[in-house]
Ligand binder design. Structure first.
Ligand code: TYD
Ligand code: MG
Length: 452
């Protein structure tokens, strides 16, 4: 039998090299090569067996399309991000910072799912006693929840095949290791191999697998990006660990919409869903303050009002600081350039800080208008009119572009008592919205008028 060969795999580009090098010969990234083992041809048959049973070629129109049956977790906000519930044989990856509540949420979900079938919780990070203690704190009985404290992949797959639970949670994928590889647990090759093997088992046995993953310092899921390609659904836990609110966002979902958001509050008895979250991310100032503007963002199927804050202050260093929390920093630099070129607002000698309140992350460009207004308001030290809300994308030519689903955003704002909305002209609603005055803007220059 041919001997297995040791290879070095780049965690950035996936390129391989026969020997270890400090720099990947393919993409030039430093320190990304990790040891992995290539299986000799022939012996790998069982490991790379097809995921689905092979079938002959058929016409697409002859195949009966069936809606996948959903298994709701009973936690409404979690089901919302999953697209209605778990699907048999699906693999869900859930990532987030340490201590944000991944283990808590999944223990709650398993306890609820155990009422309708066998479930398995595999813990590689905590001891069985620690998990039991958490269950006690959460007030869940744990009667139907099977627990396995194990990090060896082969033992876990055996348990899955033998017990056939409806749903199994792996906490976490970075702690597992396969005896077939020499690399340490948490290394790229281990994580990739373990995820691939577990996915194969899930597809073959119909067990729904939920993998918990760690994130790196820059917020990406640790391990190679391929992990995100292997699984069916990728969820991220977001939120500020200092506040009690937690957001679960779907980044990829083969069985539902992406960008769907579940909102939770961490209480002393675990995570509670927040069913009407739109007013959560407003700071609620007792009087008007400069440098604050509320925007309506659309998260999946639900509009959400978020306060954007800006602080513009004289810089005392040659390179003024630009810092954004919860908003894209590259967009901030672009916005400042557009404000300068098209509206004559110069900030080259000013530090600019922007922040989305409550630890929420806004990635859509429709935040531009609110950020620009907050910056202007801070620069002039003049508060925006009370009850004002804004959304819209600002283009490099200084034009203000419409945001999708403007009507829903406006209706949500009116519902929460906002009286004035500054929106791109194309977002003007056809019928007036009760209680809401709407001001349309075409270009960045027009935005200056809002403050006077
Ligand atoms: P945990 O689920 O262990 O986080 P993760 O698995 O993502 O690392 O959550 C730990 C945090 O949640 C910890 O700081 C304590 C807090 N917590 C509560 O506030 N209430 C609770 O009922 C529980 C179980 C945890
Ligand atoms: Mg944990």
């Amino acid at each position: 039998m041919a001997k297995a060969r040791t290879l070095f795999l780049c965690s950035d580009c996936g390129g391989t090299s026969a020997k270890w090098e400090g720099r990947c010969p393919h993409c030039g990234a430093w320190n990304t090569l990790q040891e992995t083992r290539e299986s000799p041809a022939g012996s790998s048959g069982h490991r790379y067996a097809p995921l689905a049973a092979s079938t002959p070629v058929r016409r697409l129109s002859d195949i009966e399309a069936r809606e996948q049956a959903r298994n709701p977790t009973g936690i409404e906000e979690f089901d919302r991000v999953l697209g209605g519930g778990l699907v048999a044989g699906a693999v869900v990856l859930i990532g987030g910072d340490p201590g944000i509540g991944k283990s808590t949420l999944l223990l709650q979900a398993l306890a609820s799912l155990s009422e309708r079938g066998p479930v398995l919780y595999v813990t590689g990070e905590e001891s069985s006693e620690q998990v039991a203690l958490r269950a006690q704190r959460l007030g869940v009985s744990g009667d139907g929840v099977d627990l396995l404290a194990e990090i060896r992949l082969e033992q876990i797959t055996q348990a899955l095949v033998e017990r056939r639970p409806g749903v199994a949670v792996i906490d976490s994928i970075q702690t597992l290791y396969s005896g077939e590889l020499t690399a340490a647990p948490g290394s790229v090759s281990q994580v990739r191999e373990c995820a691939a093997q577990l996915t194969r088992i899930a597809k073959q046995t119909g067990v729904t697998l939920i993998l918990i993953g760690h994130v790196t310092k820059d917020g990406a899921l640790a391990g190679p990006r391929v992990l995100e390609h292997i699984v069916d659904t990728v969820l991220y836990f977001e939120g500020d660990t200092h506040s009690s609110f937690r957001l679960v966002r779907a980044i990829k979902n083969r069985f539902g919409a992406v960008n769907e958001l579940g909102v939770f509050a961490m209480t002393d008895r675990g995570l509670r869903g927040v069913s009407n979250p739109s007013a959560l991310f407003l700071a609620g100032h007792s009087r008007e303050v400069a440098g604050s503007c509320v925007m309506a963002t659309q998260e999946g199927t639900r509009p959400l009002l978020v306060e954007v804050q800006a602080l513009v202050d004289t810089a005392h260093v040659p390179n003024p600081r630009r810092l954004s929390v919860g908003l894209e920093s590259s967009r901030l630099a672009m916005l400042l350039a557009v404000l300068h070129r098209h509206a004559g607002i110069a900030t080259y000698d000013q530090d600019v800080f922007v922040n989305a309140v409550g630890g929420v992350r806004i990635m859509e460009p429709a935040a531009d208008l609110a950020v620009a207004l907050a910056i202007l308001s801070s620069m002039r030290d003049r508060p925006l009119p009370a009850g004002l809300l804004a959304f819209g994308e600002i283009g490099l030519a200084g034009e203000i572009r419409p945001a999708p689903r403007g009507q829903e955003r406006l209706r949500e704002a009116a519902k929460l008592g906002f009286g004035l909305a500054v929106v791109p002209r194309a977002n003007l609603p056809r019928q007036p919205i009760e209680g809401l005055r709407i001001q349309a803007v075409d270009r960045v220059e027009d935005v200056l008028g809002v403050l006077s």
